[in-house]
Design a protein around this ligand. Structure first.
Ligand code: ATP
Length: 508
């Protein structure tokens, strides 16, 4: 555990040192769980957002985008259920004065039991080798069975208690499981209380006429209230989707783990409107599509897993998370939900406006069902950094830190170095840059030795470095060096663009 936390600490320090992520308002000691993106961070973030947008809107002829406002009519949040139900149960430890999400304390406890089961399975796999049958082992090993039963019993208490707002029940579960505060080590807990996660503010300049409005806690509702506008103006035929990226705000109780859980963050959401009765087919379709999207970054499949929800939100009839193995373990990166017709029906009721679709194929009008894919941009950014951050020992005995980012997501695609600051080399390097910059983010640097310049580019994940030397002036060739293999090749300047372009292709 300590080792994994060290990895996260290293990533945070690296992100700061190389201009990816800064604590917000750091000169005033920062604001908890709010972060700013620096020059390299903003490029990586934009590239992830563009990748998502392309894969949704550009690659699907039946998906279009919108950009709805952050402020929405307050009734939106009544209809969506956020005013009444967007709560987290919180509990304080009286000794450490630390606040926790009560359900997360219990879920962490379950994760520990799951880790025990995994250890048992790994041990047996080693012992039995090829003859190992995991399914049979899980069904027969007494220790595994006892632990599985324990998990089931805990879930059978936690989920109904959450469902029924039974705060005392959740507290009793924490007491019965003997869960101690990880900070103080004591079990001196307060009551469990519900806490609404929406930020509110006043609309209007005069306090008497002010209306309380909310900062949106998800981007999805901006899509639902625009469903009819988009369907009509773009003449969309079901099934079709509306995609949106944008800021969302949640007053998270426990905001830790860097940009994993923030109070202001960005979501990338797509709502796919389908004929009722076909939603399970589309749910499965989007599960596969979204996993493909993650795998196309080149991150290996074992870093991802699906986690189907046992406890469904009030609006859903199926839900799964795509979890990623962060340094803190497997955690939710993306949610895929079958939201039924809950949102559109509820907006119909509250607004008095019909939000229906006339389906010419079956000659019927209905409120469409919705499959949602919802992913955090900042969380994906952290996933990328966690995967890419690599400390390497090189053949010559030296060490380097390299960000092995998927090349199409890297902040800069190519760095251009004149070997020296004289003899016309900087001018030649700028000439090359002027040609490439229309297609690629280019970085120019002439300070320090080439070796040091390579290291700095490795640290921000630049896939290619190009060195301009005296031979370049004679025959228009340069040395191109590849980030991961460290291979260097002499190539004509005229080939640079196609070499870089080849590396950046997205193959979904
Ligand atoms: P969690 O269980 O981690 O709180 P959630 O289930 O509430 O997440 P959703 O409401 O499904 O999350 O939001 C969709 C996605 O938005 C999440 O998968 C995550 O990537 C991202 N997200 C949600 N809350 C935050 C946050 N506080 N900071 C950063 N990203 C977030």
């Amino acid at each position: 555990m300590a080792k994994q936390e060290d990895v996260l600490k290293k990533i945070i320090a690296h992100a700061k040192e190389y201009g990816f992520v800064f604590q917000s308002s750091e000169i005033y000691d920062g604001l908890s769980a709010v972060y700013d993106y620096g020059p390299n961070g903003v490029e990586l973030k934009k590239n992830i957002r563009d990748y998502w947008w392309k894969s949704m809107v550009q690659f699907h002829e039946n998906i279009v985008g919108i950009d709805a406002a952050i402020f929405m009519h307050p009734t939106t949040w009544k209809a969506s259920g956020h005013i009444d139900a967007f709560n987290d149960p919180l509990i304080d430890n009286k000794d450490s004065k630390k606040r926790y999400r009560a359900d997360v304390l219990v879920e962490d406890y379950i994760a520990k039991i799951e880790a025990k089961i995994k250890k048992e399975v790994d041990k047996a796999r080693k012992r039995f080798g090829d003859a190992f049958d995991e399914k049979q082992f899980m069904e027969t090993n007494p220790r595994v069975l006892a632990n599985l039963k324990k998990i089931e019993d805990i879930k059978n208490r936690l989920y109904p208690a959450m469902e029924n707002n039974d705060m005392e029940g959740i507290r009793q579960l924490i007491i019965d499981l003997d869960i101690a505060d990880p900070v103080s080590g004591t079990k001196n807990w307060t009551e469990v209380r519900q806490f609404n996660l929406m930020f509110s503010t006043q609309l209007g300049s005069m306090s008497e006429s002010a209306t309380e409005i909310y900062l949106r806690p998800e981007t999805a509702q901006g899509i639902f209230v625009n469903y009819l506008n988009v369907q009509k103006t773009n003449r969309m035929k079901i099934p079709f989707g509306i995609a949106q990226t944008g800021k969302a705000f949640r007053n998270e109780i426990v905001a830790r783990q860097f940009i994993f859980r923030m109070r202001e963050f960005e979501q990338m959401e797509m709502q796919f409107f389908v004929r009722p009765g076909t939603e399970m087919k589309w749910f499965e379709y989007w599960k596969e599509e979204r996993l493909k999207w993650h795998l196309a970054t080149g991150i290996p499949a074992e870093k991802f897993r699906f986690h189907d929800h046992d406890k469904l939100a009030h609006y859903a009839n199926a839900a799964t998370d795509i979890e990623f193995e962060f340094p803190m373990g497997f955690k939710e990166l993306e949610g895929i939900h079958s939201r039924t017709d809950f949102d559109l029906k509820s907006h119909e009721q509250y607004s008095g406006k019909k939000l229906r679709y006339h389906d010419p194929e079956i000659n019927e009008s209905y409120v469409p069902y919705v499959i949602e894919t919802s992913i955090g941009l900042d969380r994906t950014f952290l996933a990328m950094l966690s995967y890419a951050y690599t400390e390497e020992k090189l053949e010559d005995g030296s060490e380097r830190v390299v960000l092995k980012l998927p090349p199409f997501l890297a902040p800069y695609k190519v760095a251009i170095f004149p070997l020296t600051k004289k003899d016309g080399l900087p001018e030649k390097a700028h000439e090359i840059m002027d040609e490439l910059k229309y297609d690629y983010m280019c970085f120019y640097e002439e300070k320090d030795t080439i070796g040091k310049r390579y290291r700095r580019q490795d640290a921000i994940g630049t896939p290619y470095c190009v060195t301009v030397d005296h031979q370049t002036l004679e025959d228009n060739t340069v040395t191109i060096r590849e980030r991961d293999t460290l291979k260097q090749e002499r190539v004509p300047i005229s080939q640079l663009s196609s070499i870089i372009g080849e590396k950046l292709k997205i193959k979904l």
